[in-house]
Design a protein around this ligand. Sequence first.
Ligand code: PEP
Ligand code: MN
Length: 344
Amino acid sequence: MIIVLKSNVSDGELQHVLERVESLGFKTHLSRGTFRTILGLIGDETKTTPGELLTIPGVADVIPVMPPYKLACKEAHPQPSVVVVGGVKIGGGNLAMIAGPCSVEEPERMDAIAAAVVKAGANIYRGGAYKPRTSPYSFQGLGVEGLKILRETGQKHGVPVVTEVTDTRNVDKVAEYADMIQIGARNMQNFALLTEVGQTKRPVLLKRGMSATIEDLLMSAEYILSQGNNDVVLCERGVKGFDKHTRNLYDIAAVAVVKGLSHLPIIVDPSHATGRPDLIPPCALAGIAVGADGVHIEVHDCPEKAKSDGPQALLPAQYAEVCEQIRQLAALFGKTISPSPGAN
Ligand code: PEP
Ligand code: MN
């Protein structure tokens, strides 16, 4: 961290600043210019915050040198991390193809959708058993019954499964049935939930909150990493926008920004980002083109009967088409779709 002192800082104030930062465990390096004096701090930046140092009399500015997400940042791990979900690799040139309905539904339907998406190229099956709905009167998910259906369907089709957890009380149950735990946009800053999933051994799919900055997203990932769980995959799913033509504002540049800041894999979810089946295929391809480590797409064989998010579901045939296009694009970038362990 670098402290810039006020131009009129007195000798007494400077002495006090030195004593304060040394008491925090820092070594100091003083540099006196013609107009300004700056103080370099050498030591563990987590021992203080810029805000705390700014309150010391004589301090004009504090410039952090390291990002506050010290485990998620690239400096901590220069190579891209590869997260393995039930045998499927995500990151480092391996693409996750996560697909399935928004909610877990009855077993026959889950089976039919799984058969179609796995045949098309999906390597992780999704479905929510606990749904975070805006209205308390909307379908809330099948709960534990849904977890069982999802797991059985995944096992039958030889693919790992991902499902959302919305409540700290259900983390153990979700970790028991799922290969990957999803933290949804609405819970990205539910710090108790992040801490709890950080204590499991399951990989976590962390979706960007709808009004979260990129730094907020990385700090939320840091909560999980700091608990000892290194398997975090980020997901750009759109932030709140002002235009009514898409459900959210698909922040595609965020993928490239994150790639420059962090070693963690990041995938895109054009389903929730756009909310429109006609826009999902081109936006999925755009995500891969900008560097995403996979795509997360909602698919339903009868969207009019879907328990949630029917209007944004792709039909299985549309999904198969986008998979083929992604395969071609991935080859162009030297990336591959990680096969699911049960694929033949
Ligand atoms: C979902 O994946 O179905 C979901 C609710 O996503 P998000 O948290 O991104 O809205
Ligand atoms: Mn959904």
